[in-house]
Design a protein around this ligand. Structure first.
Ligand SMILES: [Zn+2]
Length: 94
């Protein structure tokens, strides 16, 4: 659920409440003076937090914006033989 910031009209400090987006009220009672506090419109808290989930999400998003630069083709390697038994050389090949 998103966090909404509310500001009271009587000079009380801002406070936050969590509501679902469908039921977010425009006004809510102030916890300090029980007056009406209006919901503020502010910047979303994107990128906040230092959890491993946020780091993975940031790294995934960075690959779309800043992909790794490749300066040369990867070195080709010969395929190793599957078997070393000489009798297997007579078998039909695909
Ligand atoms: Zn208040």
């Amino acid at each position: 659920m998103p966090t909404y910031v509310f500001r009271c009209g009587r000079g009380c400090p801002d406070f936050t409440e969590q509501h679902s987006m469908a039921t977010a009220p425009a006004d809510t009672p102030c916890p300090s003076c029980s007056g009406q506090a209006r919901r503020r419109i502010g910047a979303p808290a994107l990128g906040a937090g230092n959890s491993s989930g946020m780091r993975v999400q940031d790294a995934t998003r960075a690959t779309a914006d800043r992909p790794d630069v490749v300066s040369s083709l990867p070195a080709s390697r010969r395929r190793a033989p599957v078997t070393t038994n000489p009798l297997h050389r007579k078998l039909p090949r695909p």
